[in-house]
Design a protein around this ligand. Structure first.
Ligand SMILES: Nc1ncnc2c1ncn2[C@@H]1O[C@H](COP(=O)(O)OP(=O)(O)OP(=O)(O)O)[C@@H](O)[C@H]1O
Ligand SMILES: [Mg+2]
Length: 860
């Protein structure tokens, strides 16, 4: 791996500016170049925010100071292995043996170098990393060491680009290559010594990618089903059916990538014909329609619609567009792209090309004619504006005298004002809805355009809507006629309604439903993906993230995994701390995290503040303890899942030890927390004890449902232990204890109650005649009596009586008479029933008798 790229990335991430890592890599800014960067350079690089430029300059200054003080450049520590979902790409040259026979070795070497150059350019351009070259093959990872929300899409774009660029390499022969792409779980990390690290991924995913590459025809890209599912909105495919792959046990569904789809919006591409009904958002829609009304009346409006990923910005815009569909209006929809935030005017160019229906292959004259048809009056008749827009779209003009005397800056300024003129000219024809989606990916030139638009549409029939994620905050946002709206999560009832719609009549077990509600956190995207992952769970194809450790728990869907991990990778220096916090749980206290991580206070505070700024955690409380929580449960889960199993076990064991030694109060009052860590550390005997204790605590507080859950957890772990006398004793205690809250929650007559007591009775028999047998028998008698099985109840009361009479202790006899009395009362033998009750009352008067409630749930 190129250490320099990683170093710069880590450095940027360390200052909370990881979003510029790709830009720096694209511009070959290596670590050694950093001290030479000026503010102007940063502006040219696209660091639009003044605050970010200042921050970077300060960091560079510190670096320079450090350089003079310390001789060597700090090298980022080796990245530990993780369990991650990534997309692996394999590229190979076709016919390399023939090439080596036909070409002079030096010429061949040059060709291979050029081929590798093309591979690495395409891979880096889309944010991937070349893991290794071998001969004429290249393996790249997308999603590690740094994840992006759309790594599979990036890998596929890079693959197509490699295929198309390799054929254009100049040389004695035309090169062709083939590429295989597969997404799935791997254990990925760096291997080797200081300075010579290389990336390695272990798992089926790289093997499948390599095999897919051999399946691909020359100059084509072949992907697995797991990748296709992640990228289907962005590309067109040819289905190649199920294929046997060498060394892979199950056959794999394989697709050839034909081309990238051209769409006006990310959202429309992903949801063609597959939308569930809109839930809630009526006040937001009213707001948008109100501003649209004002705009139609000539009072130009701007709306900034901000919200976290997946909260429903695009969906809301989609609804607005359909509401105004039948009104006369003009729609200008601009979609910003994460891959083109460095391409000047990218969203505008795309919008015009699509609206004017220009295609790549048509002659320039035709393009120009179409452009003139598209442009509104009077712009279409003005030479300079037409020339400017033609230049913007890279349509060469036979005679571009109009622009010949202009400097590039002048061309840019005039282009911007022409674009505003075009917008105003459209709005003179009809009210115009102008949308810029995903402005956080805007290039600097379009940003300038937007600033001018907002100041010039005051009296135009224009509604400008800019959608963005919360990190986008341009300075000119406070302009008059501007409305800021931050889209919030759905309410609990809306989440339920949305899940109902997604299930479309199918049923879902309540515990699963509760998990989705908890984990989705009111974010529609999470609701969709979690619900869909449960619906399609049995059909999951290979390559999808599947871990069998906790089958009952909802896993992070592979469609969300990259987006969640991207956030963590942006804050590299805090990664380890976030991982330990994730092991503690969704919520964690400063003190426990500090003890578990052994990080000193200063580093802890800066790492935590980095995590807070990156929206990974938030402060829940400061008193009595400073406590934090992960922003989403899913985020915590994704971070937790990325830890190798051995590491997780170790962290859980450490945390359990720390809890016992340094937090005895917590361990005493919340034994379930200790139980959880012992269990996940694989220390089952201790976990069983803690779950039992926790059940008893819950029972003492009449938290019967929790008590049942804790006792059951203890039983589940116990069942996997060797069948010893000790295990039988423990199980007896737990089954008897479980019976009590079961009576409270489900009643004596329930099957679960019966099951607990009959298990306990059988265990007591195995242990010999022990006092607990009476409790089990009493529970079973209660079950029979309450179920109306009088004969059975009488038989049990008899057995209880004869066993009790053989003992010196009066208490069992007292209970026996009570049982007998109740049974006889039920079958109508009132005389004998009164005798038994009287006897029971007499025995109960005995002073010093211990209370019975916790054993029998009755006091005679
Ligand atoms: N109110 C809603 N009712 C039903 N479905 C919704 C609602 N809001 C969003 N969705 C669905 O949730 C998913 C995510 O929403 P959307 O794409 O609009 O999010 P976004 O905020 O635009 O995210 P991003 O920042 O990634 O663009 C979509 O499939 C969308 O249809
Ligand atoms: Mg969107």
């Amino acid at each position: 791996m190129a250490r320099t790229t990683t170093e710069v990335r880590d450095w940027l991430c360390g200052h909370g500016l990881g979003q510029y890592a790709q830009t720096f890599a694209d511009n070959n800014i290596e670590y050694s170049v950093l001290p030479d960067l000026t503010e102007n350079d940063l502006r040219k690089l696209g660091v639009i925010s003044l605050g970010h430029r200042k921050k970077l300059l300060k960091a560079i200054e510190a670096l320079t100071a450090a350089k003079f003080g310390v001789a060597s450049i700090p090298v980022a520590p080796q990245r530990e292995a993780e369990f991650r979902q990534i997309t692996v790409m394999f590229s190979d040259l076709v016919g390399s043996t023939q090439l080596s026979e036909a070409l002079d070795p030096e010429d061949l070497q040059k060709l291979i170098d050029a081929y590798r150059g093309e591979c690495s350019t395409a891979i880096r351009r889309y944010g991937g990393e070349v893991a290794r070259y071998f001969g004429d093959g290249a393996m790249a990872f997308f999603g590690w060491p740094y994840a992006h929300e759309d790594d599979a899409v990036r890998a596929t774009h890079a693959a197509l680009e490699i295929v198309s660029r390799v054929t254009k390499i100049a040389g004695p022969v035309t090169l062709t290559c083939r590429v295989g792409v597969c997404s799935g779980p791997v254990v990925v990390g760096e291997t080797g010594d200081s300075g010579t690290w290389s990336m390695d991924a272990v798992g089926e995913t790289p093997n499948i990618a390599a095999r897919l590459q051999t399946l691909a025809a020359a100059n084509t890209v072949v992907v697995s089903e797991s990748t296709r599912r992640l990228v289907s909105a962005a590309f067109d495919f040819q289905d190649l059916g199920l294929q046997e792959l060498k060394g892979v046990t199950e056959s794999v569904h394989v697709y050839r990538v034909l081309s990238a789809k051209h769409t006006t919006s990310r959202f429309e591409a992903a949801h063609a014909g597959s939308l569930t009904p809109l839930i809630g958002r009526s006040s937001e829609l009213s707001l948008l329609l109100d501003r649209w009304q004002k705009a139609k009346e000539g009072d130009g409006q701007v709306i900034f619609l901000s919200g976290i990923p997946g909260v429903g910005k695009s969906r809301l815009l989609h609804e607005l567009k359909s509401r105004v569909e039948d009104e006369p209006h003009i729609l200008l929809h601009h979609q910003c792209s994460p891959y083109h935030s460095q391409s000047a005017f990218f969203p505008v160019i795309e919008q015009i090309e699509q609206a004017a229906q220009l295609t790549a292959r048509e002659p320039d004259a035709d393009k120009l004619a179409k452009l003139k048809v598209y442009l509104p009056r009077p712009i279409d008749g003005l030479a300079e504006p037409v020339a400017l827009i033609a230049k913007l779209l890279s349509i060469p003009l036979e005679d571009d005298l109009e622009l010949s005397g202009l400097t590039p800056r002048q061309v840019k300024n005039r282009t911007i004002s022409t674009l505003v003129d075009i917008l105003l000219a459209f709005s003179a024809q009809r009210p115009t809805l102008c949308i810029f989606e995903d402005a956080h990916w805007l290039d600097a030139s379009t940003l300038e355009l937007l600033e001018l638009v907002t100041s010039r549409i005051d009296r135009a029939r224009v509604l400008l809507i800019v959608s963005c994620r919360p990190e986008f905050r341009p300075a000119w946002i406070t302009h008059a006629n501007t409305t800021m709206h931050s889209l919030t999560r759905l309410s609990h009832s809306e989440v339920r309604a949305m899940i109902r719609e997604l299930l479309s009549g199918a049923s879902m077990p309540q515990p699963l439903l509760d998990q989705i509600i908890e984990k989705a956190d009111g974010v529609p995207l999470f609701i969709e993906e979690l619900t869909n992952s449960t619906l399609s769970a049995p059909l999951r194809s290979r390559g999808a993230v599947e871990r069998k450790a906790q089958p009952a728990l909802l896993r992070v869907p592979d469609t969300l995994s990259d987006a969640l991990m991207e956030r963590l990778d942006r804050v590299a220096p805090s990664r380890r701390l976030a991982q330990i916090a994730a092991v503690i749980g969704r919520e964690f206290s400063y003190d426990l995290l500090s003890a578990a991580s052994q990080v000193d206070e200063e580093d802890m505070l800066s790492a935590l503040s980095l995590l807070e700024r990156a929206d990974i955690i938030y402060r829940v409380d400061v008193s009595p303890f400073v406590r934090f929580a992960f922003k989403h449960v899913l985020l915590r889960d994704a971070i937790y899942d990325s830890l190798l199993k051995s590491k997780r076990l170790q962290f859980h064991a450490d945390i359990a030890t720390i809890l016992e030694h340094d937090f005895p109060e917590l361990a005493e009052n919340q034994p379930e927390v200790l139980a959880y860590h012992h269990q996940e550390a694989g220390n089952h005997p201790l976990a069983i004890r803690c779950w039992f204790k926790s059940g008893q605590r819950a029972l003492a507080h009449s938290a019967n449902v929790e008590a049942i859950a804790n006792f059951r957890k203890a039983l589940q772990l116990l069942s996997a232990l060797p069948d010893t006398l000790e295990r039988t004793r423990q199980e007896t205690d737990i089954q008897l204890a479980l019976g009590i809250p079961l009576i409270a929650v489900q009643g004596y007559a329930s099957a679960d109650t019966r099951e607990a007591f009959s298990q306990a009775r059988a265990l007591c028999l195995r242990l010999g005649n022990i006092p607990e047998y009476f409790q089990a028998l009493f529970g079973l008698w209660g079950n029979a009596w309450m179920s109306g099985k009088n004969d059975e109840a009488l038989g049990m009361a008899d057995e209880f009586m004869s066993r009790a009479q053989a003992l010196p202790d009066a208490v069992p006899r007292m209970v026996a008479h009570r049982m007998m009395g109740s049974t006889l009362l039920t079958i109508g033998d009132f005389r004998s029933s009164v005798d038994h009750f009287e006897e029971s009352i007499k025995l109960s008067m005995n002073k010093g008798r211990p209370p019975l409630y916790h054993l029998y749930m009755v006091e005679p």
